[in-house]
Design a protein around this ligand. Structure first.
Ligand SMILES: [Zn+2]
Length: 164
């Protein structure tokens, strides 16, 4: 189901953690807080008949793990190849010789070793820039690719836990 941001009209909207008594009370009648990932607008929306699962709402709380593998990215303003250095279910750190800027959006193809075909992240956005590393947040990924990403990251987490 598509939910659009009332401010910018885009559909990069995410269910977020309830904050404060008012939002907890609101959720009792089916009003849940959402945040637009593009313009940061926060709004309540009536979601009748939906169960609110707190642990799944904020991808940024997912653990990031060290991982090094190639990635290709295609965007309106820049396209190229680079190396992933850290990865989570909600985003990744990308090293690239290209000049990438905050707000740029890409289609990503993550190519970890022994993963075929590449994991396709439909849309990712540059959230931070510390050359040569940029921080990307995954905005949209289809359920099949999400499942493949979860499997890959879960494997890494199992292998890396206690090491870092
Ligand atoms: Zn918006």
């Amino acid at each position: 189901m598509e939910i659009r941001c009332p401010r910018c009209g885009k559909d990069f909207v995410r269910l977020v953690r309830r904050e404060g008594l008012a939002e907890i009370v609101a959720s009792a009648v089916g009003l849940y807080p959402f945040t637009c990932q593009l313009c940061a607008h926060r709004f309540l929306r009536l979601e009748l008949g939906k169960r609110y699962i707190e642990s799944t709402v904020d991808k940024r709380q997912y653990e990031r793990v060290a991982a090094t593998f190639p990635v290709t990215f295609v965007g309106e303003k820049a396209s190229g190849a680079g190396t992933i250095s850290r990865l989570s279910l909600g985003g990744c750190a990308l090293e690239s010789p290209l000049k990438l800027m905050e707000g740029m959006m890409f289609n990503l193809r993550l190519q970890p070793p022994d993963v075929n075909p590449a994991i396709n992240v439909e849309t990712a956005i540059v959230r931070s820039v510390r050359p040569p590393v940029v921080g990307l947040e995954f905005l949209r990924i289809n359920p099949t690719e999400q499942f493949r990403l979860i499997q890959y990251v879960a494997g890494l987490l199992t292998a890396h836990r206690k090491v870092e």
